[in-house]
Design a protein. Structure first.
Length: 311
């Protein structure tokens, strides 16, 4: 029998984990000659998520869990799940059921019957999300699609089903600063996209604040594009050119009109503006330098406190 590994990242998901398990058990009955394993990665939850996972494991040995020593973030949790997965196929899902398990059968059939290596999902609507958040999300996807060398699909989710070959390609990239949507695009492979409308959480509250999403967006940009560095260089050359032109005009004006001291308010504004541009450029360089600093320290992506095999 073939096996599908279902990887679920959990952070304070005590309300959603039982609902997710029940829904997956229902969906798994649609498969023939396929067995499942559920790998729940407890990302340092502060509620009873781990307790519930242990209870589920006692009831059903298909349920496995990896519990971190603290919160390391969703990217680390997904990586840990991929490392623990033993199935012929692997899928990444959220516990809140915003990734509809009902799509899994169609995704599996596409790989088996249509020759795809990976089947990914994207949302075509953002109903239920704050309008400002949806606006910035669309802007981000348009921006990162233009400044990277590979396609970044608007509305793409981490929810996808892949072969073990794709999984191994992702695991081969052990970089500390991770942006999985970019990594999946980077490795390539024959990918099919399935569209669906946004689904609200079945319980609990989202853990993604606007600030966390903003930092995650910066992570994606700096991880897969050097365009901001090029922009800083272009701005530097542009303002050098502008300053040269202004110096020439001031010299001509002084020689012709003899008025070298007027315009100090505009000069002050220009100095402040140029200073801001310089600080922005230094900030961009600092972002890339900080990523390099974190990479060369070679710290582990996560630390495991316990699993179902060494509890």
């Amino acid at each position: 029998m073939e096996k599908i590994s279902v990887i679920v990242s959990c952070y304070n998901e005590e309300k959603t984990v039982p609902l997710f398990y029940e829904e997956m058990e229902r969906v798994s009955k649609e498969f023939e000659n396929v067995e499942f394993e559920y790998i729940f990665v407890n990302d340092g939850s502060k509620d009873d998520t781990l307790k519930i996972l242990k209870e589920l494991h006692q009831r059903d040995n298909k349920v496995r869990y990896v519990s971190f020593s603290r919160n390391f973030g969703k990217e680390a949790a997904m990586f840990a799940g991929l490392e623990a997965a033993e199935g012929d196929y692997v899928t990444l899902m959220d516990a809140d059921l915003q990734d509809p398990p009902a799509l899994l059968k169609e995704m599996f059939d596409s790989i088996k019957n249509e020759g795809y290596d990976c089947v990914a999902t994207r949302r075509v609507t953002r109903k239920g999300e704050p309008k400002l958040r949806s606006l910035f999300s669309r802007i981000f996807y348009k921006l990162i699609d233009k400044i990277t060398d590979f396609e970044m699909v608007d509305g793409a989710r981490d929810y996808r089903l892949m072969t073990s070959q794709v999984k191994d390609a992702i695991l081969s990239m052990k970089e500390y600063n991770r942006y999985s949507k970019g990594l999946f695009s980077f490795v390539g492979f024959n990918t099919k996209w399935i569209e669906y409308e946004n689904v609200k959480r079945v319980a609990g509250e989202t853990k993604w604040s606007f600030w966390k999403l903003f930092k995650y967006a910066l992570e994606g940009i700096t991880a897969f594009s050097t365009a901001p560095l090029a922009l800083a260089s272009i701005m530097g050359m542009f303002f050098c050119l502008i300053s040269g032109i202004f110096i020439f005009l001031i010299i001509i004006k002084t020689l012709v009109f003899g008025d070298p001291t007027s315009g100090w308010p505009s000069l002050a504004c220009i100095i402040v503006f140029i200073g801001g541009v310089q600080l922005l450029s230094l900030g961009i360089i600092g972002q890339y330098l900080s990523k390099t600093y974190l990479e060369v320290k070679n710290r582990p992506l996560y630390i495991v406190k316990e699993t179902e095999r060494n509890k």
